[in-house]
Design a protein around this ligand. Structure first.
Ligand SMILES: [Ca+2]
Ligand SMILES: [Ca+2]
Ligand SMILES: [Ca+2]
Ligand SMILES: [Ca+2]
Length: 522
C-alpha cells in the first residue's frame, strides 16, 4: 500500500475481506484486474525493468555478505529442473495471477520461478513480490531453513554454513566468524568492518538490549539516522520495550535506496516512499527519501510513525509461532481492530471478524496487494478525502488549512491519518509525541519569553510541514492523546532530552534569531 500524498508509508499486507470464499475470490479478481491495468499503463513508459531485477536481487538480504555469497546468488537463479517445475505449476495458478506474473517479468521464466520459490518447502516463499514492478524483497526469514535468520546467516543460501542457533531465537550462538567476539557475525558487525565507532556502538547496543539489528542493503546508515532509531526505541518506546525487551515485529532496521526497482520509477509510480514496515519479516526499512530528511524532528517523526506500525502489529503477534507470523498474508487482526474501534474505525460489511479464508490467490502476491475496508465514523476514506478537499478549496488552498478549527473539532491531524486505521495510528502517535516534545520545549523557556514561545511553535510547524505538508499535531483529539500517553508514556527526563536534541536545533537554526538556545533545560 502506498500513497502519493504522504511521505510515510507502510505495507501491512491487508487482504480485502469478504463474507464468503466465493465473494473473496471475486474481490481478489477485481483487485488483480485493476492492478494489471495500472501496471500495463506504467510499464508502457518503462520497458527496461528486468535488468534492474538482477541489480535489486543482490541486495535482498544484506550487502555486507561477502563476494562468496554474491557468487552463490548467481547460482541461485532458477534453471533446469526448477524451471520445468515452474512451467508445470503454471497450470495451477489462476489466470489473472499468471497474467500479473507475466506482466511483471515478461519472458523471464527464471524470475517468475524465483517469485514462487520456497527453497526449504515450509510454505513460506523465499521472496515477497511488490505488485508495483515486481521487486523481490525478503520473504522467508530463513531461506535455507538452518534456523539462523538470513540477516545473521553468513551464508543465507547454504544450510550447512553460516552458524548454529542453539536457543531458537534465530540468532546464531556458535559456528560463525566473530573475530572481535562481541556476538555479532563479522559480515554485519560495524565494529569489525571499521565503521564510525559511535555508529558501531549504537548497532551493538540495540542488538544486545533489544535484538534489533541495524543493517544496510544498497544504502548506508548515517549517525543521525542511527541515533534517531536508538532514541525512538529507548526513549519514545521505552515503556513497551520495558514490558518486553524485544518487540517481535521490530527485529531488523534496514536502509535501502528505494522501495521500487530504481529511483526514477518513483516518477512513474508517483511514489516516494520514505519508509516501510513489513511485519512478516519483522523489519522496518528506511529508503532514500527518508534518509534524505535532514531535519532532526522530521527524522525522529518518521521513525516514530513507522515504529507505531511495528507496535500495533505486535498487538496480534503470536510470539510462540514466529513461523506462522512469517508466513502471514494478512493483517491486522482482532486486537488492532478493537483498539482502533474506540476511535471510530469500523470495518465494512465484508469483515467477518477474521481475515481468514481469503487466500485463493497464490502466495507470491505477497506485498501490498489490497486496500483495507475500513470506515472512520461511518465514512469511507474517499468520503473523508472529499470533505478535506472541500474545506481546502473553500479556504482558497492555503498552506495552513489544517489549522482551520473544523479539523481540531474532528481530531484530524492530517490527510494521511484518514486513509486507513494504520496510518491513523502512526500519525496520531506522531502527533502525541510532537505535542509532548513541544510542551517540554516550551517549559524550558524563560517565563517572560512570550515571543519565544510563539517562535518555537512556528518553527516546529514549519519543520514538520516540510515533510508532511498536511499535518497538524495540535489537532489530536483528547481521547487519542490519552490512549497514546497511556501506551507510550514518556518520562520527564526523556522529554527534556528529546526536546533538547530534536527541537533545540530547529529553533536555534533561525537565521534572524537570537544567539544561543531558546530552550534552557536544567
Ligand atoms: Ca520457505
Ligand atoms: Ca539461514
Ligand atoms: Ca546458512
Ligand atoms: Ca563481531
Amino acid at each position: 500500500m502506498s500513497t502519493a500524498r504522504a511521505a510515510a508509508c507502510v505495507a501491512v499486507l491487508v487482504l480485502g475481506a469478504a463474507a464468503s470464499p466465493a465473494s473473496a475470490q471475486t474481490h481478489w479478481r477485481q483487485q488483480l484486474l485493476e492492478k494489471l491495468e495500472e501496471l500495463r499503463e506504467r510499464r508502457a513508459h518503462h520497458p527496461l525493468l528486468n535488468a534492474q531485477q538482477f541489480v535489486s536481487l543482490r541486495y535482498v538480504y544484506y550487502r555486507s555478505h561477502g563476494p562468496e555469497d554474491r557468487e552463490a546468488l548467481r547460482v541461485v537463479l532458477p534453471r533446469g529442473a526448477e524451471l520445468e517445475r515452474f512451467n508445470e505449476m503454471r497450470e495451477g495458478i489462476e489466470s489473472e495471477a499468471l497474467d500479473l506474473l507475466d506482466e511483471l517479468y515478461g519472458t523471464r521464466d527464471d524470475l517468475k520461478a524465483l517469485a514462487v520459490r520456497d527453497r526449504d518447502g515450509d510454505g513460506i516463499p523465499d521472496y515477497r513480490v511488490s505488485d508495483y514492478f515486481g521487486k523481490l524483497a525478503e520473504g522467508d526469514l530463513d531461506v535455507d531453513g538452518d534456523g539462523v535468520r538470513n540477516v545473521y546467516d553468513a551464508h543465507p543460501y547454504d544450510a550447512a554454513r553460516g552458524g548454529h542457533d542453539g536457543d531458537g531465537d534465530g540468532i546464531p550462538d556458535s559456528g560463525f566468524a566473530d573475530r572481535n567476539a562481541n556476538g555479532l557475525p563479522d559480515h554485519l558487525d560495524w565494529a569489525f568492518l571499521g565503521r564510525d565507532p559511535a555508529l558501531a556502538r549504537i548497532q551493538l547496543d540495540l542488538f544486545r538490549d533489544h535484538e534489533v539489528i541495524l543493517v544496510e542493503r544498497d544504502a548506508e546508515f548515517d549517525l543521525a539516522l542511527a541515533r534517531a532509531v536508538d532514541d525512538t526505541v529507548r526513549r519514545v518506546f521505552r515503556a513497551p520495550f520495558e514490558r518486553s525487551a524485544v518487540l517481535p515485529t521490530l527485529r531488523t532496521v534496514a536502509v535501502e535506496k528505494t522501495a521500487l526497482l530504481n529511483a526514477f520509477l518513483a516518477e512513474v509510480a508517483e511514489d516516494d516512499t520514505s519508509a516501510q514496515v513489513f511485519s512478516q519479516t519483522q523489519s522496518l526499512t528506511v529508503y532514500d527519501p527518508g534518509r534524505a530528511v535532514r531535519d532532526d524532528l522530521g527524522r525522529l517523526g518518521l521513525l516514530v510513525h513507522e515504529m507505531g506500525h511495528s507496535y500495533h502489529m505486535s498487538l496480534d503477534w503470536d510470539a510462540a509461532r514466529p513461523d506462522l507470523e512469517n508466513g502471514r498474508m494478512d493483517f491486522p487482526a482482532r486486537k488492532f481492530v478493537e483498539t482502533v474501534a474506540r476511535f471510530g474505525w469500523t470495518t465494512d460489511e465484508y469483515y467477518d471478524g477474521q481475515f481468514e479464508g481469503l487466500r485463493p490467490m497464490p502466495r507470491f502476491l505477497y506485498a501490498g496487494m489490497s486496500e483495507p475496508a475500513f470506515l472512520l465514523d461511518g465514512r469511507t476514506p474517499e468520503e473523508w478525502e472529499g470533505w478535506l478537499n472541500a474545506i481546502y478549496e473553500e479556504l482558497g488552498e492555503p498552506e495552513d488549512y489544517l489549522e482551520h478549527p473544523s479539523f481540531a473539532r474532528e481530531g484530524v491531524v492530517g490527510d494521511y491519518s484518514l486513509s486507513t486505521p494504520y496510518e491513523w495510528y502512526g500519525d496520531n502517535l506522531l502527533a502525541y509525541v510532537v505535542s509532548v516534545l513541544e510542551a517540554a520545549a516550551l517549559e524550558g523557556l524563560p517565563p517572560d519569553a512570550e515571543a519565544g514561545a510563539a517562535e518555537v511553535r512556528e518553527r516546529i510547524t514549519a519543520s514538520l510541514r516540510a515533510i508532511w505538508p498536511a499535518f497538524n499535531h495540535r489537532n489530536i483529539g483528547p481521547g487519542a492523546f490519552a490512549y497514546f500517553e497511556t501506551t507510550f508514556p514518556i518520562r520527564d527526563d526523556d522529554r527534556r532530552f528529546l526536546a533538547e536534541r530534536y527541537i533545540s536545533p530547529i529553533v536555534d537554526s533561525r537565521e534572524d534569531g537570537p544567539e544561543g538556545s531558546l530552550l534552557q533545560h536544567p
